[in-house]
Design a protein around this ligand. Structure first.
Ligand code: WTA
Length: 652
């Protein structure tokens, strides 16, 4: 932990505390400590009874379930025997209950085009998309890869899959052709849904070309459905395989009913980086996930009828799944979706949107907040942000100074901040303040939600002094928990359930202070967090080593003002000179293989990599080197890191 301890100590000495505004408490969904304590007690002590009532009240059941929770670690079944449908819960339920005219989605594209859909309209579009998928030969259990810009059609495609029981696998539209092909092949995807392109910072990126490159290596994919987003007339279309959305979706009736699905039927796969090798497909199933997304949304965001809720995430990540699509729509919320960059055409775009649509709840990431701070307060001050009543943060720890800026400049010192800790694997928020009752401490995700039982343990699974900190585990099953890694049960068991038997290992370190507040202290493993996105250092290393000129590579994270962590690579080379050209070539190579997110910020050439006597790369040492000084243009010489290694060895 030593490499991070400076920041942690800093965070841990944070003494400021912010009480929930009284006005807020009066009306909130969870409005007293007693109510919270009672929810937690019932959810843990009478788990089945509690979740039975929750599921019956909050989901629609075509057929009732027989049991609530069957847990035989690591396997779990929630609401077994029941039949429901996530698209029904998000759409039909509202239409049936007379809320069809409520606005579901308000959308704005980067160029300024807009669209708005009521729940009834959204249901129709989703049904049409589902009908088109059936026509293209997709059925229940088939996997559909979705590689699209943040248009309403992205949410429509996800819900369209859910409607017929197809399993979606959304791939963030910044990933490379290689990454798409890997995911298509791992999941055995049958259909890919994409668009002719996307708008990003005023430029147009041609997505379909990238998909074509991926499809050349994706033998299981039979069809490709293409949305016209940018009107690119020379989009390549392969006869028989590729179909325009406006040809096959628009002509449908839009009357298809939602298929009753087993509670444990797969709803989606989402690929995320683990500590080793290739990204893994995290599997979530229907009923438990849906319930968890809905209830955590209602508890944490204190949702009210008149809210305009905006989550700035992309549906390519879990935050977009749970808090743009399944959570808010199940709760009947009105959601703003914005397609583009926060600084296009200017650095005030987000605040312009908040003012224009009178956004009341804003959920964003620390990396974005740090960028706003850097861009300057003047972009914020131009706008009337008085509609905001609640702010959220997700993706990485928020450092106290960033928290304070968010609180004062965006929230006008009146909005509570919910710092939500969770993971792709957990399906939804696990720890967070509840805005009506929790006094917040900047940098702490505060307390667990009802039904979440965190436990901090040492490497052997033994109890530790909470204040000292240790590995964060979850000791009881919760409805939104992952059900597995797609096609790799062994890895699922190994990764999450072996280190501490019987408990879910989160991969994060945490500490609990004297008041019982939780503080997340970063990862235990070799996962780094770049702009709130998980990347495995080993994935980047393997890619570098696959380049002809690279013998060995070590990748570490170093602190970065905006991104949280930047990627530093150390490589030893063969048959090549350590030139600036080679450095650029390697950066582009990683970008092409994995995607722009994974491109190393700096690459150092080394004579050899520092290793322990047992041959393990001394990452801690490399982290020190990486964070110690900026890479200047003159580092094309080879660094002799073995000297450092020797010094470190002597110290040890
Ligand atoms: C980190 C994103 C501190 C953590 C929802 C976790 C956080 C990983 C927070 C999951 C937070 C996420 N405070 N750390 N509020 N939120 N993290 O799967 O290390 O993309 O394990 O899910 O992000 O990232 P993932």
């Amino acid at each position: 932990m030593s490499e991070d301890s400076g920041q942690i100590d800093h965070v841990f000495h944070e003494r400021r505390k912010f009480a929930p505004p009284a006005e807020f408490t009066k009306r909130s969904v969870v409005s007293s400590q007693d109510q919270y304590a009672e929810l937690c007690q019932r959810a843990t002590e009478n788990r089945d009874e509690f979740w039975k009532a929750e599921a019956e009240e909050h989901l629609h059941w075509f057929e009732p379930f027989d049991s609530v929770c069957e847990f035989n670690a690591p396997d779990v079944k929630w609401f077994d025997g029941g039949k429901t449908n996530a698209s029904y819960n998000c759409l039909d339920k509202h239409v049936e209950e007379g809320r069809g005219n409520r606005t579901a989605i308000i959308w704005e594209g980067e160029p300024g085009d807009t669209r708005s859909l009521t729940y009834a309209e959204l249901r129709k579009e989703v049904a049409k998309c589902a009908e088109a998928m059936l026509e293209l030969g997709v059925g229940a259990g088939d996997v559909v890869s979705i590689y699209m810009p943040m248009t309403p059609e992205l949410a429509i495609a996800m819900l369209g899959c859910a409607r017929i029981g197809a399993v979606h696998s959304v791939i963030f539209a910044g990933f490379s052709a290689e990454s798409i092909a890997d995911r298509n092949n791992d999941a055995k995807a049958k259909l890919v849904i994409t668009s002719d392109g996307l708008h990003r910072r005023g430029k147009v990126l041609p997505l379909k070309e990238t998909v074509d490159e991926a499809l050349a290596k994706s033998p299981t994919v039979e069809k490709c459905l293409v949305l016209r987003r940018i009107g690119n007339s020379d989009t390549p279309m392969t006869e028989g395989r590729d179909h325009w959305w406006h040809d096959v979706v628009d002509k449908q009736q839009g009357e298809l009913h939602a298929a009753p699905m087993d509670s444990e039927a797969p709803l989606f796969i989402l690929y995320t980086s683990g500590s080793t090798g290739k990204p893994k497909g995290i599997l979530h199933t229907t009923a438990g996930y849906n319930l968890w997304a809905k209830r955590t949304f209602q508890w944490v965001f204190d949702h009210r009828e008149d809210d305009i809720y905006w989550c700035t995430a992309d549906c390519g990540w879990i935050t977009g799944h749970s808090y743009i699509v399944y959570g808010p729509l199940s709760a009947g919320a009105t959601c703003l979706i914005y397609e583009g960059a926060p600084n296009f055409p200017a650095e005030n775009r987000f605040w312009e949107l908040v003012e224009k649509y009178r956004v009341t709840i804003l959920y964003t990431a620390p990396t974005a907040i740090r960028a706003f701070i850097k861009w300057g307060d003047e972009h914020v001050e131009k706008h009337d942000l008085s509609s905001l009543r609640l702010l959220g943060s997700v993706g990485e720890g928020i450092n106290p100074e960033t928290w304070i800026w968010y609180h004062e400049k965006i929230g006008g010192s009146k909005c509570p901040i919910v710092d939500t800790w969770w993971q792709t694997e957990t399906g939804g928020i696990m720890m967070s303040p509840l805005p009506g009752i929790t006094a917040t401490k900047p940098g702490s995700c505060t307390f667990p939600l009802p039904g979440v039982v965190p436990k901090i343990v040492d490497e052997l699974g033994g109890d530790v002094d909470d204040q000292h900190g240790g590995m964060l585990c979850i000791a009881q099953p919760w409805p939104g928990m992952l059900r597995g890694i797609w096609g790799d049960h062994q890895r699922f068991v190994q990764q999450y359930w072996t280190t501490v038997p019987g408990m879910y290992l989160t991969g994060d370190n945490a500490r609990r202070d004297r008041d019982g507040y939780y503080w997340i202290m970063g990862r235990i493993d070799d996962v780094i967090n770049v702009s709130g996105h998980r990347l495995s250092t080993i994935e980047v290393e393997s890619t570098l080593v696959s380049h002809d000129c690279v013998c060995e590579a070590a990748v570490v994270g170093r602190p970065h003002e905006l991104k949280g962590q930047a990627i530093s690579a150390f490589v030893t080379i063969k048959d090549a000179e350590p030139t600036e050209e080679l450095r650029q070539e390697l950066k582009q190579y990683v970008r092409k293989q994995i995607g722009a997110l994974a491109q190393p910020d700096d690459i150092r050439f080394a004579e050899s990599l520092p290793k322990t006597r047992s041959g393990k790369i001394m990452r801690r040492l490399l982290r020190d080197v990486a964070s110690g000084r900026e890479v200047a243009g003159d580092t094309s010489t080879l660094e002799d890191l073995s000297v450092l290694a020797k010094l470190a060895d002597e110290e040890a």
